[in-house]
Design a protein. Structure first.
Length: 306
């Protein structure tokens, strides 16, 4: 089925999730033709959950012996141009772009776990996944602002926020329902902790160094004692911080290579709990109630604050 209730974007339902109608053909091709390699690292997220940040951090960590931090690609390239989205690589209908990338590949996806190809999810598959999860109200607000900032997703009228949130609570958003998206990756991270690392945006904000170390250990390149002494983790955290990236010329003025989205639209406030500036108590409750109900019994709670 097709949903055209959102003012800015039509969504199509496929295997229990809502996909942007214009992305779905590429995602379906990816599902059928993407051949994961054992050395692949895939960064997964629901949109507006910290994808850009995770891309920057994972890229900086995994390439740290290749690039000096003082002259780093992230200083002149947007993180989305450093880590390509596998969902988009199949837009021309075949796998050649993904196959042309040299190993080890660092890729990203918004595709739900259950929709990923077998070559990624099967018991034999050795590739790894890092998922970043963010509290749902902040995701909704971040998505709302993102829509306002890019020309082809215009949602500027304020009354539409309430409308948009109602749909969000019905699971209707790009790659929604958000709770199913999060739960699928969460369950897999519990079942196969060597396969899926589950990170929370709020915990990364609170303890960035610790979480970057977890990331490095998970991918098999922990920081050495020498690196610890030289404070390499701290430098990576600094390089990938919102303040640093947001103020780079490339991110102030550039646009993404794959679309015409302004790089600046990926960097806003990065605040935990920014929903408080936008949602009244009833709106907040509507998101909390549905998320609590859906996550009940899973052992997972969203965010670190109410
Ligand atoms: P806000 O809109 O709440 O500020 P995504 O990258 O998945 O599209 O998510 C975008 C959100 O992550 C935005 O949140 C953005 O400001 C925040 N963000 C982007 N880069 C970040 C960084 N380096 N550190 C922390 N947050 C970042």
């Amino acid at each position: 089925p097709l949903c055209t209730s959102l003012p800015h974007l039509s969504l199509r339902q496929y295997q229990g999730f809502w996909f942007p109608d214009n992305w779905l053909p590429s995602i379906m091709t990816m599902q059928n033709h993407f051949k994961a390699r054992p050395t692949d690292l895939i960064l997964a997220s629901y949109p507006k959950s910290g994808t850009t940040w995770l891309k920057a951090l994972a890229f900086a960590v995994t390439t740290r012996t290749r690039y000096p931090l003082a002259d780093h690609p992230l200083l002149s390239l947007n993180p989305h141009d450093c880590v390509l989205c596998v969902d988009e690589l199949f837009a021309d209908g075949h796998a050649s772009k993904a196959e042309a990338l040299p190993s080890p590949r660092l890729l990203a996806t918004h595709t739900p776990y259950s929709v990923l190809p077998d070559s990624v999810t099967s018991a034999e598959s050795e590739c790894q996944i890092i998922y970043v999860c963010r509290e749902a109200k902040d995701v909704a607000i971040s998505g709302w602002h993102f829509g306002q900032n890019i020309p082809w997703l215009h949602v500027e009228e304020q009354h539409l926020l309430a409308e948009n949130l109602k749909l969000f609570c019905q699971g209707l958003g790009p790659f929604g329902p958000i709770w199913d998206h999060i739960l699928e990756y969460w369950r897999e991270s519990q079942r196969r902790p060597n396969k899926v690392l589950f990170l929370k945006y709020e915990e990364m904000m609170e303890k960035p160094v610790e979480n970057v170390k977890r990331l490095a250990e998970f991918v098999g390149c922990p920081f050495s004692e020498g690196e610890e002494r030289e404070k390499v983790v701290e430098e990576i955290v600094q390089l990938c911080s919102l303040e640093k990236l947001k103020n780079l010329e490339v991110n102030k003025t550039g646009t993404l290579a794959s679309t015409n989205i302004p790089n600046a639209s990926f960097f806003r406030k990065g605040e935990v709990g920014d929903w408080r500036n936008h949602l009244d108590p009833e709106m907040a409750r509507s998101v909390d109630e549905v998320c609590e109900q859906k996550l009940r019994g899973s052992g997972l709670t969203l965010g670190t604050i109410k």
